[in-house]
Design a protein around this ligand. Sequence first.
Ligand code: G4P
Length: 531
Amino acid sequence: MSNIAEEINKRRTFAIISHPDAGKTTLTEKFLLYGGAINLAGSVKGKATARHAVSDWMEIEKERGISVTSSVLQFNYDGYCINILDTPGHQDFSEDTYRTLMAADSAVMVIDASKGVEAQTRKLFKVCGMRGIPIFTFINKLDRDANDTFELLDEIEKELGIATCPVNWPIGSGKRFKGVYDRHENHVLTFSDTEKGTKEGETTVISMDDEDTLMEVLGDEALGTLRDEIELLDGASVEFDLDEVRRGKLTPVFFGSALTNFGVEIFLQNFLKMATTPLPRISQGESVEPVENDFSAFVFKIQANMNKAHRDRIAFMRICSGKFDATKEVRHVQGGKNMRLSQPQQIMADERKILSEAYAGDIIGVFDPGIFSIGDTVCMPKDNICYEGIPTFAPEHFARVRQMDTMKRKQFIKGVNQIAQEGAIQIFQEFNTGMEEIIVGVVGVLQFDVLKYRLENEYNVEIKLEPLPYEHIRWIENKDEVDLAKLTGTSDMKKIKDLKGNPLLLFINQWSIGMTLDRNKGLVLSEFGRG
Ligand code: G4P
């Protein structure tokens, strides 16, 4: 195998999805601990910055020039080169969070065992589901009292619509948490609090045939329950099938406790074996193979520098095939120009590293003089590659926006348009009127503050935002077949259009969407916009 193929095949690129506080940061830290990237858990991804309030956020953005939320962590473990993409939560939740999932080949879903499937997990899962990427579930915090295990699995299946296959099984939880039963190996791993910043666990392995030791360690009651549960599980759960996992139809489930570092390494090892090498991507209906093709990449995120003095932008690219060589010219397909990517860098949690080479599966950030758009392709000049665009994700918060000083209309329009181009916000207009009224839609409410701040600081325009009550937006898939003037919805439905004139509908609740579909037979609505 060539060196390039070897490099690519050892890459695993994934995102961790979870609801805030489920333990994503803690789990990531433990992964890094195993990778030797840090010596002590708890020191890498500054928690303080992950939890910042709005005002701090602005400061952080300004100081660093680039958000900590852009981080990609790369580390090596057991012969693999691992890229973890961060999907920010809390107030940082934005369209970028969704776009990041476009750059991943698989996802790790962290669920708090006492909470089950939560709102943000559901949203992120939907995007993973749309792409059919493999999803691995880590049910966390077993060291605390947990919900019934069967109920947790049932909830995942019903709420998310994916089959589950437990790879291991918890023995009790909270104060009575004894460890996990490994179904493949048919043995029990006993729980011990291995946190304390080290990776040397004191886990003991006991075969299921060793009745005496099991009795001694687990006790009569826990062992009895475990045997009953195994029997029930073997009868009820679906067979493990790696193909189904890779198609995103079946999620392998693991149990553990990230905080005490129990079950993390077993999870990591299994995950790395089951997860795919960098996946091929589609260009004009054809598959571009990561190993066989020369360098190609697509832009999945653009981050404007919040530093007023340098209005530079960084375009984040996912390398889809081949090897990136900083000394070679590449073609920016949409711009129709050959160029050398300037200052290619790898953006780590708290530092930027200038790169000279990178491989399919890796993420690089390049200086963008304002030429890149989200979804753009770069490839070798001789190749004819153009990746499919990235869908537009449904904003969930809407506001009417006006400039305070009517004399600054021009700057206002320019600013709003540029920020929309970066993909931080989406802008719409009233369906029947001109450009007077602008409606802004965002995925996370923090983006409203970002918009206000940036318009004031970069464009010198003060604005007023008037929140609108809508929470759902739908694109009309069959817009050529629908007469919008005749479309009848509920009284609270609002018709708007995007900048290209595409009609869209705003709704206050799910019920109105259902009613509108009922009243307009043949109408096809979509949650994702496709360019
Ligand atoms: P997030 O990135 O998904 O938002 O979650 P994060 O890892 O920050 O974890 C949220 C809280 O849950 C933290 O507690 C963390 O210590 C705790 N936690 C994570 N994994 C486990 C686990 O396996 N067991 C238990 N019992 N707790 C866990 P915190 O008090 O909010 O923060 P901190 O004071 O510990 O930093």
